[in-house]
Design a binder for this molecule. Sequence first.
Ligand SMILES: [Zn+2]
Length: 222
Amino acid sequence: MTDTILERLRENRSFKVNHCPTARPHRKEKRSWQRNQVPEKNCQCDDVVYTGEFAVKASFMCASIVIANVNTKCYKWEIDYCSLLYDPEVVRSNKYSYRQVVKGISAKELREKLRVASSREAEMLAWASPELKDTYNQGHVNIRGVPFSISRLRKALMYQEDQVFDITLVTWHDEEPLYNKDGCPMLFIVGGKHHITVLGQHPEDTAKFVGMTSIGYDAYTD
Ligand SMILES: [Zn+2]
């Protein structure tokens, strides 16, 4: 069965990298939680695509959106984007906070929430004081306490219509000091066909702002 959404993404020039990273994986032995085998030759599949302002072909390093076919055999994608969710050692380590966002939401419904959030933000900022405009986390929505760029989420959902997703956030524990938060939170949007990872705002950037728009998933317990 052809994956028309991935096909369209691969052809879209604004979606920077249309194959998995060219560099060889740094880890050579398969862990027990992994489903995919270590490839004999360097994997060069095209069922993983990714993008981001600074995304490069060699590695996932600066990718802010990564979209994979859920059945991909890509070993590189699996070690970089599945260990947070599926490696029991990582999950049990309590290094990160796992927050379930929502189950069974369609891309359309999610997009509608983002549209409403955007227009609410625009309306609110039109009347806001210059100070609030300066400190407000514009263009971002609160998902379980973490800001995500609306345009980035929209891009991640590009061409999606009816696919239904379960969404999980993996982030730092709130009490973790800022200097220890050395990476971006990750949103996992997982459906029957695609496994989408979107990076949230870097905690150091978040710390500069006071408010952001909600899409109704902002309550959580750590
Ligand atoms: Zn691959």
